[in-house]
Design a protein around this ligand. Structure first.
Ligand code: UDP
Length: 466
């Protein structure tokens, strides 16, 4: 952290807004919200422009392009570590090519691995709606939600995994299987010579017992597992590694933008930059608590002027998005200062601009694996208010790199406090940037993967000193 940023600042008080009863969101409230089937009627809202076709993909950056951010010695080190792995082959498998943090990471990681001549292939498992209903149920259950699995549910999971296993070839040196959806592909292990790694991106600290007991025998067949936080690990008979997820500072989502482009995006979406802008970018998922964000905004708005932007989209492995979007629209009512954007998957530049145009970025998740949206905001020096769940506290160190909240009222309080203490808010943003640069950039992630691959393939033997 730069010395100049270390000045003493008043701490953000932690009582709720005056006149609002302090209440912590209880498990039963969360559960109710997570299980209620209601699909409220969707109200008409202001129209906004989105690009209807994906722009041509930008060429991926080269490793040397990162030298201006992390320094040439770091780049040289990565190349040095990769040299032993030249020609080795890796297959990564997940459950969606677009939407969500895993797809975001793989899109950026794989071109760099290719440049380093570690031949990395990315495959996506396929399945019917029934499969993705089941895996979404598993996802919520593994995050501690209520769930009633049946034999039929487990059979659907196994059937689609088996179909994908038959369809895919497993000839690489290393297989990296992301998250629970494709976890049963491990059944192919006995037929090949490769090493198998299970990369878990979700918070397993309090998993649904039956679902976890069903998955665990598969996970224990892997040669190694990777988690995003020490708190997410389970008792397992196989080695466990800690990898932070990462963002690419040179991607469309995170690269520096011209101010004129940021302004254009705000104009297209009807955002008034002369007033504070509070933003949450997330899939429309109850665990991201978009409805709670609107409630917090409404409470804060009694004291401070602001607009709320809720921008999200769907992921192909998430069937609940439309229902949650309808709930969000309903909660927003006809408040013109709540701007709800359902964005297509090719909106990285627009999301980048929205984050940059924000006075505060919120990620009020009730459960979270890591929360790449938080990393993206920290990188952009934004003041972040985020739920104290999952991997978020690794990123948001309370009152140093952002603030953590536990309730709607706490979130409202912090919106009000930070909008009225801009110097402190800006300092959180500066520290957040340093923290993200130090810990959560793609280049550190590449290095970790390379070292793990070396270890798995028995290539990093100790050097003999003669
Ligand atoms: N994201 C996006 N479009 C959206 C919503 C989210 O591109 O409409 C991106 C977001 O910028 C971030 C990722 O998807 O890079 C979400 O990752 P995160 O870890 O925050 O949550 P997940 O969706 O994986 O639970």
């Amino acid at each position: 952290m730069p010395e100049k940023d270390k000045k003493v600042t008043p701490p953000a008080p932690s009582e709720p807004i005056r006149g609002v009863k302090a209440s912590v969101e209880t498990d039963s409230m969360i559960e109710r919200r997570n299980t209620e089937p209601a699909t409220p009627p969707v109200r008409e809202r202001r129209k906004y422009k989105v690009s209807e076709t994906p722009p041509p993909p930008a060429p991926p950056p080269k490793l040397n392009d990162y030298a201006s951010i992390i320094g040439q010695p770091e780049i040289d080190e990565i190349r040095y570590i990769a040299r032993l792995l030249r020609g080795k082959t890796v297959k990564m498998v997940n459950s969606t090519a677009v939407g969500g943090g895993v797809a975001e990471i793989l899109n950026r990681l794989i071109p760099l691995m290719q440049e380093l001549e570690v031949q990395t292939k990315w495959e996506v498992i396929t399945g019917g709606n029934d499969f993705f209903e089941v895996t979404k149920g598993f996802h919520n259950a593994l995050h501690g939600g209520d769930y009633h699995p049946t034999k039929e549910i487990f059979d659907i999971f196994l059937m689609y995994n088996e179909q994908n296993r038959q369809r895919m070839e497993f000839v690489e040196d290393i297989f990296v299987i992301h998250d629970p959806q494709p976890a049963a592909l491990i059944r192919s292990k006995e037929r090949n010579r490769g090493k198998w790694i299970w990369r878990c991106h979700i918070d397993l600290s309090n998993p649904h017992r039956e679902v976890w007991n069903f998955l665990k025998p598969f996970i224990e067949q892997y040669d190694a597992t990777i988690f995003s936080s020490p708190a997410f690990t389970r008792q397992l008979s196989v080695p466990q590694y800690l990898f932070y997820p990462s963002i690419d500072p040179l991607s469309e989502k995170n690269k520096d933008l011209d101010e004129s482009y940021v302004q254009k995006v705000c104009d297209d979406f009807g955002i008034d930059r002369s007033r504070p802008v509070i933003t949450q970018i997330s899939r429309f998922d109850r665990l991201k608590d978009p409805v709670g964000v609107i409630q917090a905004y409404k409470l804060a708005k009694k004291y401070v002027d602001c607009q709320l932007v809720l921008a999200g989209g769907g992921a192909s492995d998430d069937p609940e998005g439309a229902v949650v979007l309808a709930e969000v629209m309903n909660e927003a009512g006809d408040d013109p200062d709540v701007i709800i954007l359902n964005l297509p998957p090719w909106s990285a530049l627009e999301i980048n601009a929205l984050q940059r145009a924000s006075t505060i970025v919120i990620q009020k998740s009730l459960k979270e694996g890591f929360g790449l949206t938080v990393t993206e905001a920290l990188w952009k020096r934004k003041t972040v208010i985020a739920g104290a769940v999952g991997g978020i506290p690794t990123q948001v160190i309370h009152k140093l790199t952002g603030v953590l909240v536990h309730s709607v009222e706490g979130c409202a309080y912090q919106i009000r406090y930070l909008l009225t203490h801009p110097d402190f808010a800006a300092q959180l943003g500066r520290h957040g940037h340093e923290h993200s640069k130090e810990n959560f950039l793609l280049t550190s992630n590449v290095k970790r993967w390379l070292i793990l691959y070396q270890q798995m393939l028995g290539l990093n033997k100790p050097v003999k000193v003669t």
